[in-house]
Ligand binder design. Structure first.
Ligand SMILES: O=C(O)CCC(=O)C(=O)O
Length: 295
């Protein structure tokens, strides 16, 4: 008798996994993005880096010490720290952010109705990519209720200990907002060491197309990439429709030290005294309309 090949089932989130997300602050979904779309996303990133795809809306940040204007187009990707706001520039990257299977999963965690808050590609190039210090993403978002935001980190290359996979502290989200130490480069803002339990870290090693879905109060970190292995990833944040964006004062109500001083990551250290403009003023507020999956 002939056997009929059935297509690989789209991953969904069972009640146990929803409960795991609430308990641990994260859940892994294997095979969220199909290999063809992973390949197209990698192609898009390389195209945006070299200029083959025009970076009209995309912002590109190089690793500290490198100047993109001085690098040959073909050498740029190996020195890029991150891309952001790219979804207008690439159909493939937009297809990942808005994929129906991703949003069916997020419906289970967040309920229906959400906006794209942030789209990023985190490149961590071999031998060059630096660490992202321990932090809570909500320290970067001036929202009144961080619980209305969810992060999604999708591996495009195998993510391993040696190339800087995500490291998380299970259940740390349950501690609520903790004080961060502001830095001049807001990307280096970090949780105050006395509020961190690094011995409890879990390395989240992923295959291309796998996703880590995580709470915005989860303590997480990525190590420098001291290997020869690439470690490209996409990261999206979504907020529930109706999420209220606030000001520095309200954010200070969440992220502050024992003396009441602001201890979030929305302002570079030297500008704190002046109550300066936020790093991320007010989410993208782009309503999510899911698109068909690439299989
Ligand atoms: O992918 C990385 O290296 C770090 C991602 C991250 O934690 C962030 O950008 O908030």
């Amino acid at each position: 008798m002939d056997t009929i090949a059935t297509p690989a089932a789209a991953p969904t989130l069972g009640a146990d996994q929803v409960a795991a997300y609430r308990r641990d602050g994260y859940v892994v979904v294997a095979g969220l993005v199909a290999p063809r779309l992973v390949a197209a996303a990698i192609e898009a990133i390389s195209g945006l880096a070299s200029g083959r795809i025009p970076a009209r809306a995309t912002e590109i940040a190089f690793e500290p010490g490198f100047d993109g204007a001085k690098l040959r187009p073909e050498d740029r990707e190996a020195h890029i720290r991150k891309f952001s706001r790219f979804i207008e520039d690439s159909e493939a990257l937009r297809a990942v952010a808005l994929s129906r299977r991703l949003h069916r999963i997020l419906d289970r965690i967040m309920g229906e109705g959400r906006e794209l808050l942030q789209d990023m590609a985190l490149i961590k190039p071999p031998r060059v990519g630096g660490a992202k210090p321990w932090h809570q993403d909500a320290a970067y978002f001036r929202v009144r209720d961080p619980g209305l935001v969810v992060g999604v980190w999708i591996a495009l290359d195998p993510a391993r200990r040696e190339n800087g996979c995500m490291e998380v502290i299970p259940r740390s989200h349950a501690e609520g907002p903790v004080p961060h130490i502001p830095a001049e480069d807001v990307n280096l803002c970090t949780i105050r060491p006395d509020r961190l339990r690094p011995a409890e870290r879990v390395h989240v090693e992923l295959e291309p197309g796998d996703a880590l879905i995580f709470h915005p109060l989860l303590h997480h970190y990525t190590a420098p990439n001291n290997s020869d292995l690439r470690r490209r990833a996409l990261q999206f944040h979504f907020n529930q429709t109706g999420t209220v964006w606030t000001d520095l004062e309200t954010h200070r109500g969440l992220f502050h030290d024992e003396h009441g001083a602001y201890a979030g990551c929305t302002v570079p250290k030297s500008k704190l005294a002046a109550g300066a403009a936020p790093y991320w003023p007010d989410g993208r507020k782009m309503p999510v309309v899911p698109v068909d999956d690439w299989t």
